[in-house]
Design a binder for this molecule. Sequence first.
Ligand SMILES: NC(=O)c1ccc[n+]([C@@H]2O[C@H](COP(=O)([O-])OP(=O)(O)OC[C@H]3O[C@@H](n4cnc5c(N)ncnc54)[C@H](O)[C@@H]3O)[C@@H](O)[C@H]2O)c1
Length: 249
Amino acid sequence: MSVFTGRFSGRNAIITGAASGLGLEVARRILAEGGQVALWDLNADALSVAAKELGAAHFCAVDVSDADQVAAATASSVEALGHLDILVCSAGITGATVAVQDFPLDSWYRTVAINLHGVFHCCRSVVPHMLTRGYGRIVNVASVAGKEGNPNASAYSASKAGVIGFTKSLGKELAMKGVIANSLTPATFESPILDQLPASQIDYMRSRIPMGRLGFVNESAAMVCFMASEECSFTTASTFDTSGGRTTY
Ligand SMILES: NC(=O)c1ccc[n+]([C@@H]2O[C@H](COP(=O)([O-])OP(=O)(O)OC[C@H]3O[C@@H](n4cnc5c(N)ncnc54)[C@H](O)[C@@H]3O)[C@@H](O)[C@H]2O)c1
């Protein structure tokens, strides 16, 4: 639950992966703090349940790995909201949990297409709308896996490392233009994405966290909302951490 009120008054956000987990919690907070949101997700059923629960007026069933769908959803969201201030890219999948030599090609390509190409498609499509007004906050959700690499999660780790590097590049491009772009590197937190993983992989990831527990979605949502707010004004092209002490840089 947020302790802020009115922090996002007058601010409009697109949130991908908004039907579940971190994206859903960020949407809940931005709405509670006075903003408007466009909820984007691949899962149309879960999306309409989320939109109903949140009372969000605008939502788009969109596959972020498809640039044309992202462009159409951007146009529709701009029309519905009026302008855009915030983009939170939270859509993501884990991909297969297997060693590189056995990694299925389709899982590799799909994981990179959603986790990395999806972030590129959304930023590419939304940035011009932010530049028009000279204001923007972009939060791309990466992972501690992109810094350290998790064994048997090569596609996921590579895609998230890509998000970190991509966001550093984007932030520097936009540094003089009022648009701030940062990524978040959470360690494992409780959310439905964990259903995609074997218990042994979750145990491994928990064992790597010095605090000795998984995170809570609220903890990463609070950090995302700071990154998406006006208060985040002198940090760009950088990486924020919610990892219970796991990341060391
Ligand atoms: N939960 C964790 O432990 C953890 C740790 C580090 C990073 N992350 C990252 O945080 C982000 C959010 O994860 P979460 O835990 O909330 O997961 P989640 O599974 O609860 O939510 C992810 C959402 O993304 C949507 N999605 C998947 N593919 C999509 C596509 N092609 N187009 C649009 N939407 C799509 C799903 O339908 C789902 O609603 C992800 O990028 C994930 O990689 C999660």
